[in-house]
Design a protein around this ligand. Structure first.
Ligand code: ATP
Length: 202
């Protein structure tokens, strides 16, 4: 089994590339989604996060409001570090146990879609690091049009993240998504073909 860690900055095209890899036959795990599940009532991160961040992030029905949680940690780097110290090891455990399951099932290619692959030091769990990139102007347009962010909000999100140049230093493949979707599909298929992965799409 080969394990690809797929990362990239906000709006750089990770999810789009993950979808294309899935179409080629990979099994995709999304670490954001795993994190969301861990924060649900009864989830393994729920109690610690609810205790740490309290009323301001817990709704009357008991659910953690992730949008409010994101606002709190976006304003405080120490809160963000604290949240990450709770979440990252738990997400890592889930990823490892699912990987084990996929290995037993004979899955050939697993993709771990992880915006924070490098920051969380999950690179040690993967065989390869694929990084999606796009010019900042293109990312800003995607964030403004797709996510409805203002230019200031979009710039703040980009600045809060690891720089693209840093991420690329860890890459075994860099996928430039500043192209048509057809071209992007061809670029992803080419990486797949170079590695001689078995493909569902003949
Ligand atoms: P986020 O970090 O916000 O989850 P992401 O890195 O997963 O973003 P995507 O969601 O894949 O990025 O892409 C962001 C937006 O850009 C989406 O609306 C997507 O449809 C669009 N997009 C990505 N790649 C292309 C492309 N090659 N051509 C046109 N639009 C694209």
């Amino acid at each position: 089994m080969r394990v690809i860690g797929l990362t990239g900055g906000i709006g750089s095209g990770k999810t789009t590339v993950a979808r294309l890899l899935k179409e080629l036959g990979a099994v995709v795990m999304d670490t954001d989604k795993i994190g969301h599940e861990l924060l649900e009532p009864g989830g393994q991160a729920y109690q610690e996060v609810a205790d740490a961040f309290g009323r301001q992030v817990v709704e009357p029905d008991g659910w953690i409001n992730r949008r409010k949680l994101a606002e709190v940690v976006f304003d405080s780097s120490s809160d963000l570090a604290y949240l990450n110290r709770i979440m990252h090891p738990l997400i890592g455990d889930v990823v490892r146990s699912r990987m084990e399951q996929y290995r037993r099932q004979g899955v050939e290619v697993v993709v771990i879609e992880a915006p924070l692959l490098i920051e969380a030091r999950w690179t040690s769990m993967v065989d390869e690091v694929w990084v999606t990139v796009a010019p900042e102007g293109v990312v800003l347009e995607r964030l403004e049009q797709g996510m409805g962010l203002s230019r200031e909000e979009a710039e703040a999100r980009i600045r809060s993240q690891l720089a693209q140049t840093e991420r690329v230093k860890h890459a075994t493949a860099v996928i430039d998504t500043d192209c048509s979707l057809d071209e992007l599909e061809a670029r992803v298929a080419e990486q797949w073909r170079q590695r001689r992965f078995d493909s569902r799409q003949k």
